[in-house]
Design a protein around this ligand. Structure first.
Ligand SMILES: Nc1ncnc2c1ncn2[C@@H]1O[C@H](COP(=O)(O)OP(=O)(O)OP(=O)(O)O)[C@@H](O)[C@H]1O
Ligand SMILES: [Mg+2]
Length: 367
Protein backbone atom coordinates (compact mmCIF):
# COMPACT_ATOMS: atom_id res chain seq x y z
CA UNK A 1 0.00 0.00 0.00
CA UNK A 2 1.34 3.45 -0.87
CA UNK A 3 2.28 6.02 1.73
CA UNK A 4 -0.08 8.81 2.67
CA UNK A 5 1.40 11.82 0.92
CA UNK A 6 0.09 14.50 -1.47
CA UNK A 7 1.16 12.78 -4.68
CA UNK A 8 -0.32 9.40 -3.71
CA UNK A 9 -3.56 11.08 -2.67
CA UNK A 10 -3.60 12.86 -6.00
CA UNK A 11 -3.25 9.45 -7.68
CA UNK A 12 -6.24 8.19 -5.68
CA UNK A 13 -8.26 11.22 -6.77
CA UNK A 14 -7.57 10.40 -10.41
CA UNK A 15 -10.20 7.70 -10.00
CA UNK A 16 -12.88 10.30 -9.21
CA UNK A 17 -14.82 11.61 -12.18
CA UNK A 18 -16.93 14.70 -12.55
CA UNK A 19 -19.91 12.86 -14.06
CA UNK A 20 -21.11 15.91 -15.99
CA UNK A 21 -17.76 16.68 -17.51
CA UNK A 22 -16.91 13.02 -17.86
CA UNK A 23 -13.30 13.42 -16.83
CA UNK A 24 -11.35 12.91 -13.63
CA UNK A 25 -10.84 15.72 -11.14
CA UNK A 26 -7.06 15.73 -11.50
CA UNK A 27 -6.98 16.13 -15.27
CA UNK A 28 -9.70 18.77 -14.93
CA UNK A 29 -7.29 20.64 -12.66
CA UNK A 30 -9.87 20.75 -9.90
CA UNK A 31 -7.63 19.65 -7.02
CA UNK A 32 -6.23 22.88 -5.67
CA UNK A 33 -4.59 21.76 -2.42
CA UNK A 34 -3.80 18.66 -0.42
CA UNK A 35 -2.63 18.88 3.19
CA UNK A 36 -1.68 16.03 5.48
CA UNK A 37 -1.45 16.33 9.23
CA UNK A 38 -0.55 13.13 11.09
CA UNK A 39 -3.05 10.75 9.54
CA UNK A 40 -5.64 13.37 8.61
CA UNK A 41 -6.15 14.66 5.07
CA UNK A 42 -7.52 17.94 3.75
CA UNK A 43 -8.31 18.24 0.05
CA UNK A 44 -9.48 21.45 -1.62
CA UNK A 45 -11.62 20.79 -4.70
CA UNK A 46 -12.44 23.66 -7.05
CA UNK A 47 -15.63 23.04 -9.03
CA UNK A 48 -16.41 24.82 -12.28
CA UNK A 49 -19.51 26.45 -10.80
CA UNK A 50 -20.85 27.08 -7.29
CA UNK A 51 -24.18 25.85 -8.69
CA UNK A 52 -22.80 22.36 -9.40
CA UNK A 53 -25.66 19.85 -9.15
CA UNK A 54 -23.22 17.05 -8.25
CA UNK A 55 -21.34 18.83 -5.45
CA UNK A 56 -22.31 16.30 -2.77
CA UNK A 57 -21.68 13.28 -4.98
CA UNK A 58 -18.20 14.51 -5.97
CA UNK A 59 -17.36 15.16 -2.32
CA UNK A 60 -18.52 11.65 -1.28
CA UNK A 61 -16.63 10.07 -4.18
CA UNK A 62 -13.42 11.83 -3.09
CA UNK A 63 -13.82 10.50 0.45
CA UNK A 64 -14.52 6.97 -0.84
CA UNK A 65 -11.51 7.06 -3.18
CA UNK A 66 -9.14 8.15 -0.41
CA UNK A 67 -10.55 5.61 2.04
CA UNK A 68 -10.28 2.75 -0.43
CA UNK A 69 -6.66 3.62 -1.29
CA UNK A 70 -5.67 4.32 2.33
CA UNK A 71 -7.82 2.20 4.66
CA UNK A 72 -6.05 3.45 7.80
CA UNK A 73 -6.47 7.15 6.93
CA UNK A 74 -7.72 9.42 9.74
CA UNK A 75 -10.14 12.29 9.30
CA UNK A 76 -10.83 13.35 5.71
CA UNK A 77 -11.93 16.92 5.05
CA UNK A 78 -12.99 17.87 1.56
CA UNK A 79 -13.32 21.60 1.07
CA UNK A 80 -15.50 22.44 -1.90
CA UNK A 81 -14.80 25.77 -3.61
CA UNK A 82 -15.75 26.99 -7.07
CA UNK A 83 -14.45 29.16 -9.82
CA UNK A 84 -16.47 29.62 -12.98
CA UNK A 85 -14.25 29.26 -16.00
CA UNK A 86 -14.45 31.89 -18.65
CA UNK A 87 -15.66 31.37 -22.15
CA UNK A 88 -12.70 33.03 -23.75
CA UNK A 89 -13.26 34.96 -26.89
CA UNK A 90 -11.53 38.05 -28.14
CA UNK A 91 -14.66 39.85 -29.24
CA UNK A 92 -16.45 39.21 -25.96
CA UNK A 93 -13.39 40.21 -24.00
CA UNK A 94 -13.29 43.61 -25.67
CA UNK A 95 -16.93 44.41 -24.96
CA UNK A 96 -17.49 42.59 -21.67
CA UNK A 97 -14.01 41.97 -20.28
CA UNK A 98 -14.97 40.79 -16.77
CA UNK A 99 -17.91 38.64 -17.83
CA UNK A 100 -17.21 34.92 -18.00
CA UNK A 101 -20.41 33.65 -19.59
CA UNK A 102 -23.29 35.21 -21.52
CA UNK A 103 -26.61 33.40 -21.71
CA UNK A 104 -29.73 34.35 -23.66
CA UNK A 105 -33.17 33.31 -22.42
CA UNK A 106 -35.34 33.04 -25.51
CA UNK A 107 -38.60 31.62 -26.82
CA UNK A 108 -40.53 31.28 -30.01
CA UNK A 109 -43.74 32.80 -28.68
CA UNK A 110 -44.52 35.63 -26.30
CA UNK A 111 -45.84 35.18 -22.81
CA UNK A 112 -44.39 31.72 -22.13
CA UNK A 113 -42.46 32.93 -19.08
CA UNK A 114 -39.04 33.99 -20.36
CA UNK A 115 -38.77 36.95 -18.03
CA UNK A 116 -40.02 34.91 -15.08
CA UNK A 117 -37.48 32.19 -15.83
CA UNK A 118 -34.63 34.68 -16.49
CA UNK A 119 -35.27 36.52 -13.22
CA UNK A 120 -35.63 33.43 -11.07
CA UNK A 121 -32.64 31.62 -12.59
CA UNK A 122 -30.53 34.73 -12.04
CA UNK A 123 -31.55 35.04 -8.40
CA UNK A 124 -31.10 31.28 -7.88
CA UNK A 125 -27.56 31.29 -9.33
CA UNK A 126 -26.68 34.26 -7.10
CA UNK A 127 -28.06 32.43 -4.08
CA UNK A 128 -25.84 29.49 -4.96
CA UNK A 129 -22.83 31.79 -4.81
CA UNK A 130 -22.32 32.99 -8.39
CA UNK A 131 -21.84 36.59 -9.51
CA UNK A 132 -24.81 37.29 -11.77
CA UNK A 133 -25.97 40.12 -14.03
CA UNK A 134 -29.26 40.40 -15.91
CA UNK A 135 -29.93 42.48 -19.02
CA UNK A 136 -33.55 43.18 -19.86
CA UNK A 137 -33.18 42.97 -23.62
CA UNK A 138 -36.90 43.44 -24.12
CA UNK A 139 -36.59 47.05 -25.19
CA UNK A 140 -40.21 47.30 -26.35
CA UNK A 141 -41.80 45.74 -23.29
CA UNK A 142 -39.39 45.72 -20.35
CA UNK A 143 -40.78 43.73 -17.43
CA UNK A 144 -37.69 43.19 -15.29
CA UNK A 145 -37.96 46.41 -13.21
CA UNK A 146 -41.40 45.34 -11.99
CA UNK A 147 -40.39 41.71 -11.45
CA UNK A 148 -37.42 42.76 -9.31
CA UNK A 149 -39.17 45.66 -7.59
CA UNK A 150 -36.57 48.20 -8.73
CA UNK A 151 -37.68 51.80 -9.02
CA UNK A 152 -34.43 53.78 -8.87
CA UNK A 153 -32.48 55.17 -11.80
CA UNK A 154 -28.95 53.99 -12.53
CA UNK A 155 -26.06 56.23 -11.48
CA UNK A 156 -23.04 57.02 -13.60
CA UNK A 157 -19.65 55.56 -12.80
CA UNK A 158 -16.78 57.79 -13.88
CA UNK A 159 -13.62 55.93 -14.57
CA UNK A 160 -10.35 57.59 -15.61
CA UNK A 161 -11.21 57.31 -19.28
CA UNK A 162 -14.94 56.76 -19.64
CA UNK A 163 -18.28 57.27 -17.95
CA UNK A 164 -20.36 54.12 -17.58
CA UNK A 165 -23.77 53.41 -16.17
CA UNK A 166 -23.85 51.45 -12.94
CA UNK A 167 -26.31 48.56 -12.98
CA UNK A 168 -28.90 48.53 -10.20
CA UNK A 169 -28.88 45.69 -7.68
CA UNK A 170 -31.52 43.64 -5.91
CA UNK A 171 -31.71 40.06 -4.60
CA UNK A 172 -27.96 39.73 -5.12
CA UNK A 173 -27.97 40.37 -8.87
CA UNK A 174 -26.97 43.34 -11.03
CA UNK A 175 -29.59 44.52 -13.48
CA UNK A 176 -30.08 46.94 -16.35
CA UNK A 177 -33.31 47.66 -18.21
CA UNK A 178 -34.63 50.33 -20.53
CA UNK A 179 -37.41 50.55 -17.96
CA UNK A 180 -34.96 52.25 -15.58
CA UNK A 181 -34.33 54.99 -18.12
CA UNK A 182 -37.83 55.92 -19.25
CA UNK A 183 -40.66 57.41 -17.24
CA UNK A 184 -43.29 55.06 -15.83
CA UNK A 185 -46.11 54.35 -18.27
CA UNK A 186 -44.32 56.05 -21.14
CA UNK A 187 -44.84 53.94 -24.24
CA UNK A 188 -41.59 52.62 -25.62
CA UNK A 189 -41.72 53.38 -29.31
CA UNK A 190 -38.34 52.51 -30.71
CA UNK A 191 -37.40 51.89 -34.22
CA UNK A 192 -35.38 48.73 -34.86
CA UNK A 193 -31.93 50.35 -35.15
CA UNK A 194 -32.45 52.35 -31.95
CA UNK A 195 -33.47 49.25 -30.05
CA UNK A 196 -30.40 47.43 -31.36
CA UNK A 197 -28.28 50.39 -30.27
CA UNK A 198 -29.69 50.17 -26.76
CA UNK A 199 -28.77 46.48 -26.54
CA UNK A 200 -25.22 47.21 -27.58
CA UNK A 201 -25.01 50.00 -25.01
CA UNK A 202 -26.26 47.66 -22.29
CA UNK A 203 -23.17 45.59 -22.96
CA UNK A 204 -20.51 48.18 -23.62
CA UNK A 205 -21.63 51.24 -21.62
CA UNK A 206 -22.57 49.54 -18.36
CA UNK A 207 -20.03 48.90 -15.63
CA UNK A 208 -20.64 45.15 -15.18
CA UNK A 209 -17.33 44.50 -13.51
CA UNK A 210 -16.72 40.80 -12.78
CA UNK A 211 -19.58 38.38 -13.49
CA UNK A 212 -19.78 34.60 -13.72
CA UNK A 213 -23.04 34.72 -15.66
CA UNK A 214 -24.64 37.57 -17.58
CA UNK A 215 -28.19 36.63 -18.54
CA UNK A 216 -30.19 38.30 -21.32
CA UNK A 217 -33.98 38.28 -21.09
CA UNK A 218 -34.97 38.48 -24.76
CA UNK A 219 -38.19 39.61 -26.38
CA UNK A 220 -40.12 36.77 -28.06
CA UNK A 221 -39.22 35.48 -31.51
CA UNK A 222 -36.30 36.09 -33.78
CA UNK A 223 -36.25 39.82 -34.50
CA UNK A 224 -33.75 42.66 -34.60
CA UNK A 225 -32.73 42.47 -30.97
CA UNK A 226 -31.88 38.78 -31.13
CA UNK A 227 -29.83 39.35 -34.25
CA UNK A 228 -27.98 42.30 -32.77
CA UNK A 229 -27.14 40.28 -29.71
CA UNK A 230 -25.73 37.30 -31.57
CA UNK A 231 -23.86 39.57 -33.94
CA UNK A 232 -22.29 41.66 -31.19
CA UNK A 233 -20.90 38.97 -28.93
CA UNK A 234 -20.49 35.23 -29.27
CA UNK A 235 -22.90 34.00 -26.59
CA UNK A 236 -21.97 31.11 -24.34
CA UNK A 237 -25.39 29.72 -25.15
CA UNK A 238 -29.14 30.08 -25.13
CA UNK A 239 -31.90 28.67 -22.96
CA UNK A 240 -35.19 28.16 -24.73
CA UNK A 241 -38.40 28.46 -22.73
CA UNK A 242 -41.53 26.78 -23.97
CA UNK A 243 -44.93 25.77 -22.66
CA UNK A 244 -45.92 22.13 -23.17
CA UNK A 245 -48.30 22.77 -26.05
CA UNK A 246 -45.96 25.15 -27.82
CA UNK A 247 -43.76 22.41 -28.97
CA UNK A 248 -45.87 21.39 -31.88
CA UNK A 249 -45.53 24.92 -33.19
CA UNK A 250 -42.84 25.88 -35.59
CA UNK A 251 -41.97 28.99 -33.57
CA UNK A 252 -39.85 27.22 -30.96
CA UNK A 253 -37.95 25.32 -33.61
CA UNK A 254 -37.43 28.52 -35.54
CA UNK A 255 -35.91 30.18 -32.47
CA UNK A 256 -33.67 27.18 -31.86
CA UNK A 257 -32.62 27.10 -35.49
CA UNK A 258 -31.70 30.76 -35.43
CA UNK A 259 -29.26 30.23 -32.58
CA UNK A 260 -27.83 27.08 -34.12
CA UNK A 261 -27.32 28.83 -37.44
CA UNK A 262 -25.06 31.39 -35.80
CA UNK A 263 -23.21 28.80 -33.70
CA UNK A 264 -24.82 29.67 -30.39
CA UNK A 265 -25.16 26.39 -28.50
CA UNK A 266 -28.59 25.65 -27.05
CA UNK A 267 -27.83 24.95 -23.39
CA UNK A 268 -31.23 23.42 -22.85
CA UNK A 269 -34.98 23.67 -22.83
CA UNK A 270 -37.12 24.79 -19.91
CA UNK A 271 -40.75 23.72 -19.94
CA UNK A 272 -42.75 26.37 -18.12
CA UNK A 273 -46.38 26.25 -16.99
CA UNK A 274 -45.91 22.51 -17.15
CA UNK A 275 -48.67 21.32 -14.87
CA UNK A 276 -50.82 22.52 -12.00
CA UNK A 277 -51.08 20.92 -8.59
CA UNK A 278 -54.42 21.75 -6.97
CA UNK A 279 -53.60 23.09 -3.50
CA UNK A 280 -56.58 21.38 -1.85
CA UNK A 281 -56.57 17.90 -3.45
CA UNK A 282 -52.89 17.84 -4.56
CA UNK A 283 -54.16 16.43 -7.84
CA UNK A 284 -52.02 17.16 -10.88
CA UNK A 285 -53.60 18.79 -13.93
CA UNK A 286 -51.82 19.05 -17.27
CA UNK A 287 -53.43 22.31 -18.28
CA UNK A 288 -51.37 22.85 -21.43
CA UNK A 289 -50.84 19.19 -22.25
CA UNK A 290 -47.83 17.26 -21.07
CA UNK A 291 -44.40 16.05 -22.02
CA UNK A 292 -43.93 18.51 -24.87
CA UNK A 293 -40.65 19.90 -23.57
CA UNK A 294 -39.05 16.50 -23.13
CA UNK A 295 -40.32 15.35 -26.51
CA UNK A 296 -38.79 18.40 -28.18
CA UNK A 297 -35.56 17.96 -26.23
CA UNK A 298 -35.15 14.33 -27.23
CA UNK A 299 -36.17 15.00 -30.82
CA UNK A 300 -33.50 17.68 -31.18
CA UNK A 301 -30.99 15.96 -28.85
CA UNK A 302 -30.98 18.92 -26.47
CA UNK A 303 -30.89 18.79 -22.68
CA UNK A 304 -34.18 19.32 -20.86
CA UNK A 305 -33.11 21.51 -17.95
CA UNK A 306 -36.39 20.98 -16.13
CA UNK A 307 -40.08 21.81 -15.85
CA UNK A 308 -41.77 24.53 -13.78
CA UNK A 309 -45.39 24.10 -12.74
CA UNK A 310 -48.09 26.74 -12.99
CA UNK A 311 -48.55 28.36 -9.64
CA UNK A 312 -50.25 31.67 -8.86
CA UNK A 313 -47.43 32.43 -6.41
CA UNK A 314 -44.99 32.60 -9.35
CA UNK A 315 -47.12 35.30 -10.96
CA UNK A 316 -47.65 37.10 -7.66
CA UNK A 317 -43.89 37.03 -7.02
CA UNK A 318 -43.41 38.66 -10.45
CA UNK A 319 -46.07 41.30 -9.91
CA UNK A 320 -44.89 42.13 -6.40
CA UNK A 321 -41.24 42.40 -7.35
CA UNK A 322 -40.16 39.47 -5.19
CA UNK A 323 -39.09 36.44 -7.26
CA UNK A 324 -40.43 33.18 -5.86
CA UNK A 325 -36.96 31.68 -5.33
CA UNK A 326 -36.38 34.55 -2.91
CA UNK A 327 -39.88 34.97 -1.47
CA UNK A 328 -40.67 31.29 -1.00
CA UNK A 329 -37.36 29.49 -1.26
CA UNK A 330 -38.64 26.17 0.11
CA UNK A 331 -41.66 25.83 -2.20
CA UNK A 332 -41.69 23.03 -4.78
CA UNK A 333 -41.59 25.63 -7.55
CA UNK A 334 -38.46 27.25 -6.12
CA UNK A 335 -36.76 23.88 -5.73
CA UNK A 336 -37.55 23.09 -9.37
CA UNK A 337 -36.08 26.43 -10.46
CA UNK A 338 -33.00 25.83 -8.33
CA UNK A 339 -32.52 22.45 -10.00
CA UNK A 340 -32.91 24.04 -13.45
CA UNK A 341 -30.31 26.67 -12.52
CA UNK A 342 -27.85 23.99 -11.42
CA UNK A 343 -28.44 22.00 -14.60
CA UNK A 344 -27.86 25.14 -16.63
CA UNK A 345 -24.60 25.89 -14.79
CA UNK A 346 -23.50 22.30 -15.41
CA UNK A 347 -24.27 22.58 -19.14
CA UNK A 348 -22.22 25.77 -19.31
CA UNK A 349 -19.27 24.03 -17.64
CA UNK A 350 -19.61 21.10 -20.03
CA UNK A 351 -19.63 23.41 -23.04
CA UNK A 352 -16.70 25.46 -21.82
CA UNK A 353 -14.56 22.40 -21.32
CA UNK A 354 -15.55 20.43 -24.37
CA UNK A 355 -16.11 21.60 -27.89
CA UNK A 356 -14.77 24.93 -28.84
CA UNK A 357 -17.21 25.88 -31.54
CA UNK A 358 -15.57 27.24 -34.66
CA UNK A 359 -15.78 31.00 -34.90
CA UNK A 360 -17.63 32.00 -38.00
CA UNK A 361 -18.36 35.46 -39.18
CA UNK A 362 -21.99 36.04 -38.44
CA UNK A 363 -24.12 37.58 -41.11
CA UNK A 364 -27.80 37.00 -41.17
CA UNK A 365 -29.29 38.40 -44.28
CA UNK A 366 -31.85 35.64 -44.79
CA UNK A 367 -34.17 33.65 -42.58
N1 LIG B 1 -45.02 28.98 -13.97
C1 LIG B 1 -45.84 30.00 -13.88
N2 LIG B 1 -46.96 29.96 -13.09
C2 LIG B 1 -47.80 31.01 -13.01
N3 LIG B 1 -47.65 32.15 -13.69
C3 LIG B 1 -46.57 32.26 -14.49
C4 LIG B 1 -45.61 31.20 -14.62
N4 LIG B 1 -44.65 31.61 -15.49
C5 LIG B 1 -44.98 32.85 -15.86
N5 LIG B 1 -46.12 33.25 -15.28
C6 LIG B 1 -46.83 34.51 -15.47
O1 LIG B 1 -47.21 34.59 -16.84
C7 LIG B 1 -47.07 35.92 -17.33
C8 LIG B 1 -46.09 35.94 -18.52
O2 LIG B 1 -44.81 35.62 -18.02
P1 LIG B 1 -43.49 36.38 -18.51
O3 LIG B 1 -43.71 37.84 -18.52
O4 LIG B 1 -42.37 35.84 -17.72
O5 LIG B 1 -43.43 35.83 -20.00
P2 LIG B 1 -42.50 36.28 -21.20
O6 LIG B 1 -42.25 35.09 -22.04
O7 LIG B 1 -41.32 37.01 -20.69
O8 LIG B 1 -43.46 37.30 -21.94
P3 LIG B 1 -43.04 38.30 -23.14
O9 LIG B 1 -42.94 37.45 -24.35
O10 LIG B 1 -44.17 39.27 -23.18
O11 LIG B 1 -41.73 38.92 -22.77
C9 LIG B 1 -46.61 36.75 -16.15
O12 LIG B 1 -47.72 37.34 -15.54
C10 LIG B 1 -45.98 35.73 -15.21
O13 LIG B 1 -46.05 36.12 -13.86
MG1 LIG C 1 -40.61 38.94 -21.12
Amino acid sequence: MSKLQPDTILEALRTVNDPDLNRDLVSLNMIKDIKIHDNDVLVVVELTTPACPLKDKIKDDCIDAIKSHFPSVGKITIEMTAKVRANLDERKNTILPGVKNTIAVASGKGGVGKSTVAVNISVALAKLGAKVGLIDADIYGPSIPLMLGIKEKPRVFQDVQTAKMLPLENFGIKVISIGFLIEDDAPVIWRGPMASGAIKQFMSDVHWDELDYLIFDLPPGTGDIQLTLVQTIPLTGAVVVTTPQDVSLIDVRKAIRMFQRVNVPILGIVENMSYFIAPDTKKKYDIFGSGGGSKLASELSLPLLGAIPINPNIRIGGDDGKPIVFGEPDSDESLKILEISKNLAAQISINTLSVKTPKIDISLGEN
